[in-house]
Design a protein around this ligand. Structure first.
Ligand code: GLA
Length: 773
C-alpha cells in the first residue's frame, strides 16, 4: 500500500516535468529552477480556506504481481490497467471507486474479428506507438535515420513512489525507451499523465508525434461530448454533441492555446438526469503551444482520447542520449454530473496547480486603465484615475498599454520596454509612489513576446521574429511574434522584465499576447531542428515565467491573450489569474463566464465592470447589473471613472465593500450553476458555497421579464440540510413572506423566489449558517 507524498514533492515533480526533463534544460535554467524549487520547499503550501484538505483521503497505487494489474485509487475514483500477454499496457477500468477487496483478473489483448481488424487496434491500450499495424491515433510516432518508422512498445518495469507511478516501455528491438508517469491527486482523484521518449540508440531519430496519454472509456453508445469553442470577444461557448463512431480532432495550430477551441473535454453519460447526476469523464491539457486531442470511437463503441503536442508541422529530433518530454494531460471522473466535474477541476486548479503562497489571500479588487484611457496614458491622467479608484476601495491599480517606447497606437513600440519619457518624464516612480500612498499596489501591462516593425528592437534584430527568410511576414494587429525559442530572444525578454521588476515596485504584470503565429520559421538552427520551434518556444516561455517568479516571488501575473486565447492548465501553473475575454458586456459575459466555469475556477477569472453602453455591442445596463455580473469572478473595474457621478461612486463603494465580504466564497467555494444563461431563457443563477458550508452566495440575473411569468423558483444546492441558514439580501429583493432564516433543506427544496422585473435586473444574496459572523 502506498500513500500520497507531501505536496512539496508534488511541486518539485511538476516543475521538472513542465520544463521538459533534465536533458532539455540549459544550465542557467536549471539554476533558476533549483532556486524556485527551494522556494517551493520553504512555502508550506497551505491555504486558509482549504479546510477539507486537513481531512484528505489517501491516494493508493498498487501493483499485483500475480495478475500484473495496476490500481490507482483516490477520492471517489479507481483507475485500473494491466500488462497483457503481449506486454502491452491494457486499460481495464476508470470510474467510481471500487472496493480494494474486489480482485481484477489478468488482462488478455482483444482478438481482431477479421484480417482488416488487427488486434493492436481492438485492444484498449494505455500508450501505443505507431507500428505493428496501428490505425488509431498513436501516442508516439518516430522516424529513424535508416528509413524505419515502425515502433512497438512493451512493458519493461515500473516504480511506485507515493502518489507517482512510472512505467518504463521499450521498443521490441531498438533502444528507444518511453517512460510513462501517472500522478494522482488524493483530494480529487484527478490523474496527471505524461510521457518521455529517450533515444538510447547510436543514431539520431525524429519524434514526429508525441502525446501525453491515451484515456480509454467504457464502451457505450450514449456519450455526449462537451467542448468549449469561441473566437476573440466570443470565447467559452459550450458545445454539446452526441458521440458516434469516428474521430473528432480538437487542435490548435496557432503556436499557442487559442480560443477557437480550448484543450478541455468532457464526455458524459446519463445527461438527461441533469447537471448533478451524469457520469462524467473530463480532461484538459497542460500545454500553451500548438496542441491536439483526438477523440475516437470505434464500431464497438470503445472511446479513446489521446492528447499532446500538435503533430501538424512539428517534429523533434533527438540525438543519441537525448529525450523529449510530452505535455501533461490531466483527467478525472465525476459520478455527480458536470457540476461535480467542474468543482473537482476548480479545486485541483486552485489547490494543486496554481502557484501557491505561504498564506492564502483573496484576489485583490483591481482597476485597469485600458477602457478608460487606451494608449493615451500619462502621469497626471493615471494619478487622477488612481485617486478615484482608491476612493471606492480598489486595492490594485494597473496601468495598461501605452506607457513604453513610441506606443501611441498599436502601430509602434512593442519590443521597446523603456518608459516613454514624454508621458512619464520622471519614469514610473512618481505614479507608483502615488498609487502606493493611496493604499493600493501597482500593476503594469506587458506584451513581451511581440514586436512592431516600427520599433527599435525590430530595426536592430529583424531576424528575431518567427519567419521564413525571404518570404513575406504576416502581421496581426501590426505586430510579429518574437521567436522565443532562440536563446538570445529568451534572454532579452527575461532581461527587460527582470529589469522592470527590479527597478520598480510592481506587484502585478498583465502579460498579454495579442496574435497567433504565422510563417513559423527558425532559420538560425540546422534544418533538422527547425520544427522544434513549437516545443522550445513554449518551454522558454515557461522558463521565463518560472525564473521571474523565483526572482520576484511576490509578483503576481495575469495571462491574457486578447481575451481568453491562452487559458490552459500549463499557463495556470505559472500565473495567478487569467483574462477570459475582451468582451466586457455584462450580459454577454454571463454566458462567457458560465462556459469558462466548466473547465476553470471562477477564482482565477478576472472580470471588469466597464462603461455603459458597452463598446462591444452598445448595450446599456445599470451599474448594479454590471457589478453583480463581474462579482461572479475576481472583481476588477475597467470603467472610465472621470465622468462618474457622486451616486456612481457611492454605489461602487458599497458594492466593492460587499464583494470583499463574499469574495472568499466566490473565489474559493464550490460553484453550482443553478440556471445556466442560454438563448432560450431570460434567467441565469449561480451559487457559490464555502467549502465548510458555513456560507453561500447567490447571484440571480434577469434578461427581460414577461407579463404573467414570474422568476422561476431557485433551488439551492450544496448546503447542510439540517443546519439553519440566515439569509441576507445584498441587492434586489425576494417575493412574499420569506423567512429570514430556515434550514438548508428549506432553501434547497422550497427554494428562493426572486422579485425581479424589467430588463437587465440582478440580485445577490448571502446565506450564513446561524452563529457565523
Ligand atoms: C488586449 C487585451 C486588452 C488590452 C489591450 C491593450 O486586447 O485583451 O485588455 O490590454 O490588449 O492593447
Amino acid at each position: 500500500m502506498f500513500f500520497i507524498s507531501t505536496r512539496r514533492t508534488v511541486e518539485r515533480f511538476r516543475w521538472s516535468k513542465m520544463l521538459g526533463g533534465k536533458n532539455a534544460m540549459s544550465r542557467g535554467r536549471k539554476r533558476f529552477l533549483l532556486l524556485y524549487l527551494l522556494l517551493m520547499m520553504i512555502l508550506p503550501g497551505t491555504q486558509a480556506l482549504c479546510a477539507e484538505n486537513a481531512a484528505q483521503k489517501n491516494a493508493e497505487i498498487s501493483y499485483d504481481q500475480q495478475t500484473r494489474i495496476f490500481r490507482i485509487t483516490a477520492a471517489d475514483t479507481s483507475y485500473i490497467f494491466g500488462v497483457n500477454e503481449r506486454q502491452q499496457l491494457q486499460s481495464v477500468y476508470w470510474g467510481q471507486r471500487l472496493f480494494a477487496g474486489d480482485t481484477i483478473a489478468a488482462v488478455q489483448s482483444a482478438g481482431g474479428s477479421s484480417s482488416f481488424d488487427l488486434p493492436i487496434n481492438a485492444t484498449q491500450q494505455e500508450y501505443v506507438a505507431w507500428g505493428g499495424g496501428l490505425y488509431v491515433t498513436p501516442d508516439v510516432k518516430i522516424s529513424f535515420g535508416d528509413g524505419n518508422r515502425d515502433l512497438v512498445l512493451q512493458y519493461v518495469s515500473h516504480q511506485i513512489e507515493g502518489n507517482h507511478l512510472s512505467i518504463l516501455l521499450k521498443d521490441v528491438q531498438r533502444e528507444v525507451f518511453v517512460t510513462l508517469t501517472y500522478t494522482v491527486d488524493a483530494e480529487t482523484g484527478i490523474l496527471a499523465r505524461c510521457a518521455q521518449v529517450e533515444n538510447r540508440t547510436k543514431a539520431a531519430l525524429t519524434v514526429e508525434e508525441l502525446n501525453a496519454a491515451t484515456w480509454n472509456l467504457p464502451a457505450a453508445s450514449d456519450y455526449q461530448l462537451d467542448q468549449l469553442t469561441g473566437k476573440w470577444a466570443g470565447e467559452w461557448n459550450l458545445q454539446r454533441s452526441l458521440m458516434h463512431p469516428g474521430k473528432i480532432m480538437m487542435e490548435s495550430r496557432r503556436g499557442s492555446t487559442g480560443d477557437e477551441i480550448n484543450p478541455w473535454f468532457a464526455l458524459e453519460r446519463g445527461v438527461a438526469q441533469g447537471e448533478e447526476s451524469s457520469d462524467v469523464w473530463f480532461g484538459a491539457l497542460g500545454w500553451s503551444g500548438s496542441w491536439q486531442i483526438a477523440i475516437e470511437q470505434d464500431y464497438a463503441h470503445q472511446v479513446r482520447i489521446t492528447g499532446g503536442y500538435d503533430g501538424f508541422d512539428s517534429s523533434y529530433r533527438l540525438a543519441p542520449g537525448e529525450s523529449l518530454q510530452s505535455p501533461t494531460f490531466y483527467a478525472g471522473f465525476a459520478q455527480h454530473g458536470m457540476g461535480e466535474a467542474s468543482r473537482l477541476l476548480h479545486r485541483y486548479e486552485l489547490h494543486t496547480l496554481a502557484p501557491q503562497r505561504a498564506h492564502w489571500h483573496p484576489r485583490p479588487v483591481l482597476y485597469n486603465s485600458w477602457e478608460a484611457t487606451g494608449f493615451d496614458v500619462d502621469e497626471a491622467g493615471q494619478e487622477a484615475l488612481a485617486e478615484k479608484a482608491a476612493s471606492i476601495g480598489v486595492e490594485r491599480f494597473v496601468m495598461d498599454d501605452g506607457w513604453f517606447g513610441q506606443r501611441n497606437s498599436d502601430h509602434a513600440g512593442l519590443g521597446d520596454w523603456n518608459v516613454n519619457s514624454k508621458k512619464f518624464p520622471h519614469g514610473l516612480k512618481p505614479l507608483i509612489d502615488k498609487v502606493r500612498s493611496l493604499g493600493m499596489d501597482f500593476g503594469l501591462w506587458v506584451e513581451p513576446e511581440m514586436v512592431n516593425a516600427d520599433s527599435d528592437l525590430y530595426r536592430a534584430h529583424p531576424d528575431w521574429v518567427l519567419n521564413f527568410p525571404g518570404r513575406p511576414r504576416t502581421e496581426g494587429r501590426n505586430q510579429m511574434v518574437l521567436n522565443l525559442a532562440r536563446p538570445e530572444v529568451r534572454d532579452y525578454v527575461y532581461g527587460v522584465l527582470d529589469h522592470l521588476l527590479s527597478s520598480y515596485d510592481i506587484a502585478f504584470l498583465k502579460w498579454d499576447y495579442n496574435r497567433n503565429w504565422s510563417e513559423p520559421g527558425w532559420s538560425s538552427v540546422a534544418m533538422e531542428n527547425q520544427k522544434k520551434v513549437y516545443v522550445d518556444y513554449v518551454r522558454n516561455l515557461y522558463g521565463i515565467l518560472a525564473q521571474l517568479r523565483a526572482a520576484h516571488p511576490d509578483v503576481e501575473i495575469e495571462s491574457c491573450s486578447g481575451g481568453g486565447a491562452r487559458v490552459d492548465l500549463g499557463i495556470l501553473q505559472l500565473t495567478d489569474e487569467v483574462w477570459p475575454s475582451d468582451n466586457t458586456d455584462p450580459f454577454d459575459r454571463l454566458a462567457i463566464q458560465n462556459g469558462f466555469s466548466y473547465a476553470y475556477a471562477p477564482g482565477l477569472m478576472m472580470s471588469w465592470v466597464t462603461d455603459s453602453p458597452n463598446w462591444v455591442n452598445g448595450r446599456a445596463t445599470s451599474l448594479l447589473y454590471r457589478f453583480l455580473s463581474s462579482m461572479q469572478g475576481s472583481l476588477g473595474i475597467g470603467a472610465n471613472l472621470k465622468p462618474w457621478t457622486a451616486e456612481d461612486f457611492k454605489t461602487a463603494k458599497t458594492l466593492i465593500a460587499q464583494y470583499k465580504q463574499i469574495r472568499p466564497i466566490v473565489q474559493q467555494g464550490s460553484l453550482f450553476r443553478l440556471i445556466e444563461p442560454n438563448a432560450d431563457s431570460p434567467y441565469a443563477v449561480t451559487e457559490s458555497v464555502a467549502r465548510d458550508k458555513q456560507q453561500a452566495v447567490v447571484f440571480a440575473f434577469l434578461h427581460s421579464s414577461q407579463q404573467g411569468l414570474a422568476y422561476p423558483p431557485v433551488y439551492l444546492r450544496g448546503l447542510d440540510p439540517e443546519a439553519s441558514y440566515r439569509i441576507k439580501v445584498l441587492d434586489g429583493s425576494l417575493n412574499g413572506a420569506v423567512p429570514t432564516s430556515a434550514s438548508g433543506s428549506f432553501w434547497m427544496h422550497y427554494g428562493l423566489h426572486f422579485n425581479l422585473r424589467g430588463d437587465y435586473q440582478a440580485a445577490a444574496l448571502l446565506l450564513e449558517k446561524e452563529g457565523v459572523q
